[in-house]
Write a protein that binds this ligand. Structure first.
Ligand code: DC
Length: 233
């Protein structure tokens, strides 16, 4: 019996999920599962092998091989791909873009599903992504959907990329955010959508601390009855 809940945070690019989920996991002493990092690792591996993103069978084969070799490791804040630290390499814009494209392929999603679920088997996890509350952990006890206006998300993303030394314009990032939303929300399989039982948090005018405090407070409410063996209310 799980004694600590599974916490899911879904939402579009740039809503602040990464920063918030890291802080929530730290405050609660939970494991963080950044599912986007897994898709980004597949994208990086696809880029490295020179496979074309539209070549479904090659891309699927790359994803299946990575999963069966257990080649992706999330070690604290580091991401390892076949033992190499790719934490920075997976964050560049081109890899994010490719991750969004290849994540629409059913075989890629299937290859990463068991891996994601294995992280949550005993609870005490904060999972963030696009379908963690709908598909990966549909029975999660604490679900949140984080969003923010397109402008806020584009500005945030632009600042993040600039701080990492990527030269790009706000207009280009804005366009990319809109395209990514469109693709992630309209793909046939596991599209981005708010789980019915998720709490919606609009982060447009809330600070990170405020968002984190709301989530932590809700998880604490759920933790107590779980620990006592009762269903959370
Ligand atoms: O959250 P992120 O920007 O690191 O995710 C990169 C891409 O990976 C995103 O555009 C869509 C895909 N993704 C997904 O399809 N499902 C998830 N649970 C997480 C990410």
């Amino acid at each position: 019996m799980k004694q600590r809940p599974i916490v899911t945070l879904d939402g579009p690019a740039g809503a602040g999920k990464s920063t918030v989920s890291r802080a929530v996991a730290q405050r609660l002493g939970y494991v963080l599962l950044d599912t986007g990092a897994l898709y980004r690792c597949v994208a990086l591996a696809v880029e490295q092998t020179g496979a074309h993103a539209a070549d479904e069978s090659s891309v699927s084969a790359v994803a299946e091989r990575l999963a069966s070799d257990a080649a992706i490791e999330l070690a604290g804040s580091s991401v390892l791909l076949r033992g190499q630290d790719v934490s920075r390499a997976i964050r560049v814009q081109s890899v994010g873009e490719l991750a969004s494209r290849i994540s629409a392929l059913p075989a890629v999603r299937a290859a990463l599903l068991d891996l994601q679920r294995s992280f949550g088997a005993s609870g005490g996890i904060v999972a963030e992504g696009r379908d963690v509350g709908t598909v990966v952990f549909p029975d999660a006890e604490a679900k949140f959907y984080l969003t923010a206006s397109t402008e806020v998300r584009a500005r945030r993303r632009h600042q993040e990329l600039s701080e990492r030394g990527e030269s790009t314009t706000l207009e280009a990032v804005w366009r990319e955010v809109v395209e990514r939303d469109e693709r992630d929300s309209h793909r046939a399989i596991a599209p981005l959508r708010q789980p019915e039982d998720a709490r919606l948090i609009d982060c447009s005018s809330l600070s990170v601390d405020e968002v984190v405090a709301r989530i932590v407070a809700r998880v604490r409410e759920i933790e107590d009855p779980l620990r006592d063996g009762a269903a959370p209310g």
